[in-house]
Design a binder for this molecule. Structure first.
Ligand SMILES: *[C@@H]1O[C@H](CO)[C@@H](O)[C@H](O)[C@H]1NC(C)=O
Length: 514
């Protein structure tokens, strides 16, 4: 069971499962919709203003209290500490806070069923994840032990920075990968890094048997300054053990971040292709100020998600789920924060419960930072959808363009849904339209994180494909239904060609036994 789960993740089927069930909102008459939309925008805008001022503080300026009712000071600039151990007194305060109630946590998100909010998952759509919380709020009594558990872990279970600091050095790119398709994708990514002329070394993390030495040799041939780490080895700071019940997949990326020899690891998914030299991100004002860059996804976190009260955080309307295809963290500052993110994903510790609230591992970083009352850096520009603009006027978004945090240039093309498009369709797009990187859709509100842009992930049956072969499966595509598609060359000139040059269409050359 666990093995097929992991395979599914590798093959990208997980993405289908995870994203293929868009939440349906009721359709209202157009006029009602408009009035509601304008009203919501005004309210959301006002909330947004008060939010950006108060930021991590509770919106009504209620003081933080400890369990006995005494006031506790919570720093609002903890992110400025230079060294992981500087956070320890702050953690003592953060872990002594009076537990937040579900009612309080929910109260700051005022979306209604009439708003076009994109939430992930219905109660029954998550594979192996316990999603009963979606339709029935967990009680404060049920929440409480989980809060105590992470707080106990922070105070007692983490590897001290003083013991680990000597293991880390410099900056570099971290990729978690294995054999098969993942190996093919890594090669594409490595060719692009070479093309961009980055000076950053690359470290590939794998689990046990998943990257045999022949595969390692193939990668080294493409990118000589490559290093490897077996996450199953006992030399790791955070060891990953195979759990027959839960597998290991959600643990691998967080474990790679903790164990990486780099002090400032940039984690990249193997299907994420940098468009600018990633070294530029380290020089951004955002990274210099916060020591992190977390990029946004398209869905919002439900206001009754137990993770809000469990981390003593009020629901935030200016946030999206985190898109974990690229994550940059300075471990010299955030070594304990990263250990908390990894702890959430450690199913031996918590029965996979945190995975069911964070929908896998994508949000574990954001909620580690929230739990520890530390601001994180994020780009000023929201994600842009990239995909094909089809002959029948339809659009299929298969990739997210993510941006340089300060200046908004496209920095990454993360093809999360590309793997769901069947090969005959990719072949047709390549032959008739020069590739699959044709168009983009960008929200007119892409600098206003409180604004709602209509987004869904839906199935595409390729009705525009004249010679569609029998029996091909539909793909999952992102839709920004109210936004017009524009030519991709406007924001990522030449990427269509680049993707070809770096071997992005390897799937068309695969033989049957691959
Ligand atoms: C922790 O809270 C106490 C009590 O409010 C305060 O005196 C102290 O400065 C706080 N420490 C930090 C690091 O926030």
């Amino acid at each position: 069971m666990a093995v097929s789960w992991r395979n599914a993740l590798q093959e990208g089927r997980w993405n289908n499962m995870q994203l293929g069930v868009p939440s349906k909102m009721p359709q209202l008459p157009k006029q009602t919709y408009r009035i509601a939309a304008v009203a919501t925008l005004v309210i959301v805008g006002l909330l947004g203003l008060s939010y950006s001022k108060s930021d991590m503080r509770r919106p009504n300026d209620e003081p933080w209290m400890d369990k006995s009712g005494a006031e506790v000071r919570i720093l609002d600039n903890a992110h400025a500490f230079e060294n992981a151990d500087d956070f320890l007194p702050h953690f003592r305060n953060v872990t002594s806070l009076k537990p937040m109630l579900m009612r309080q946590a929910k109260s700051t998100c005022t979306w209604t069923a009439d708003d076009d909010v994109d939430f992930n998952f219905g109660e029954s759509s998550g594979w192996f994840l316990d999603l009963r919380w979606v339709t029935k709020d967990m009680s404060d009594k049920e929440l409480s032990p989980w809060r105590s558990q992470w707080q106990y872990a922070v105070n007692n279970k983490f590897v001290p920075w003083s013991e680990a600091a000597g293991n880390f050095e410099g900056r570099g790119i971290v990729i978690v990968g294995g054999n098969g398709k993942s190996l093919k994708r890594m090669k594409v990514l490595l060719r692009q890094l070479k093309r961009l002329g980055t000076r950053l070394p690359v470290e590939v993390h794998y689990f046990d048997f998943e990257l045999p030495s022949e595969a390692q040799a193939e990668l080294k041939e493409v990118y000589p300054s490559i290093l490897f780490n077996d996450l199953a080895g006992s030399h790791n700071i955070k060891e990953t053990r195979f759990n027959p019940m839960f597998g290991v997949h959600f643990q691998l990326k967080t474990a790679a971040m903790v164990n990486s020899r780099f002090a400032e690891p940039l984690l990249l998914d193997s299907d994420n292709i940098p468009v600018i030299d990633p070294e530029e991100l380290y020089e951004s004002d955002t990274y210099k100020e916060y020591g992190t860059i977390f990029w946004p996804d398209i869905a919002r976190t439900r206001m009754n998600n137990p993770i809000w009260p469990i981390t003593n955080t009020r629901c935030r309307m200016d946030e999206f789920e985190q898109e974990s295809g690229q994550i940059l963290v300075n471990k010299r500052k955030f070594f304990y924060h990263l250990q908390l993110a990894a702890w959430y994903m450690d199913s031996e510790e918590n029965e996979g419960r945190f995975q069911s609230w964070m929908l896998g591992d994508k949000d574990c970083y954001r909620f580690a930072w929230h739990a520890l009352k530390t601001k994180y850096g994020r780009p000023s520009r929201w994600v842009t959808s990239v995909g094909t603009s089809n002959d029948d006027g339809s659009y299929c978004g298969h990739t997210f363009a993510q941006h340089h945090p300060d200046d908004g240039r496209v920095a990454f093309m993360h093809g999360g849904l590309l793997k769901t498009i069947p090969e005959p369709v990719i072949k047709m797009q390549l032959e008739e339209h020069g590739g699959v990187f044709q168009a983009y859709k960008r929200s007119p509100f892409d600098h206003e994180f409180t604004e709602l842009t209509s987004t869904t992930i839906g199935f595409d049956n390729f009705d525009y494909f004249k010679d569609k072969p029998e029996g091909i499966l539909p793909a999952s595509c992102t839709h920004f239904s109210k936004v017009k598609a524009r030519p991709l060359d406007e924001i990522a000139p030449g990427f269509q060609e680049t993707f070809k040059e770096i071997g992005g269409y390897w799937m068309l050359e695969e033989t049957a036994d691959d």
